[in-house]
Design a protein around this ligand. Structure first.
Ligand SMILES: O=S(=O)([O-])[S-]
Length: 146
């Protein structure tokens, strides 16, 4: 029988760890960075401050060190990441994928950004210039430094 979305998410969640919003600050203090895997339109609506934004659709190439378009911020397989999406499903799939690709410390934010908003966590709107996400900001892939 073909697998459904709920089956895929269930399998992912069975193979990863999740944290709740009230744990985020502690994890960040331990060195975890946040990774927003939502689509650009969702990201532009607001995100957890200083999150790296890599949409789920291009996660694998950005994580693959052998791929020339990989994301340098994802080069360290031991860097701990808190992954989040809008409601927790894509984040679980992303965390599971990254784990399979060798990342040793990836966890999903249960409930995603919806839970974060309900929790009242800090939210920042990514910098935009002329309708485009600024690429010279450390939040964004491709940032080369000042
Ligand atoms: O993938 S989702 O949980 O953000 S709808």
């Amino acid at each position: 029988m073909p697998l459904r979305l709920k089956d895929l998410v269930k399998t992912a969640k069975a193979n990863i760890d999740e944290i709740t919003c009230d744990q985020v600050e502690d994890y960040q203090a331990q060195g975890y960075k946040t990774l927003d895997v939502r689509e650009a339109a969702e990201y532009l609506d607001g995100t957890i401050p200083m999150s790296l934004h890599i949409p789920r659709g291009i996660l694998e190439p950005k994580c693959d060190m052998c791929f020339e378009g990989h994301e340098s911020e994802l080069s360290d397989l031991n860097q701990p990441w808190i992954i989040f999406c809008q409601a927790g499903g894509r984040g679980a799939l992303a965390a599971y994928t990254m784990k399979q690709m060798g990342y040793t410390n990836v966890i999903n934010l249960a409930g995603g950004f919806n839970a974060w908003k309900a929790f009242g966590g800090p939210i920042e709107t990514p910098p935009i210039e002329d309708g485009l996400i600024r690429c010279d900001h450390p939040w964004n892939p491709g940032f080369q430094g000042e």
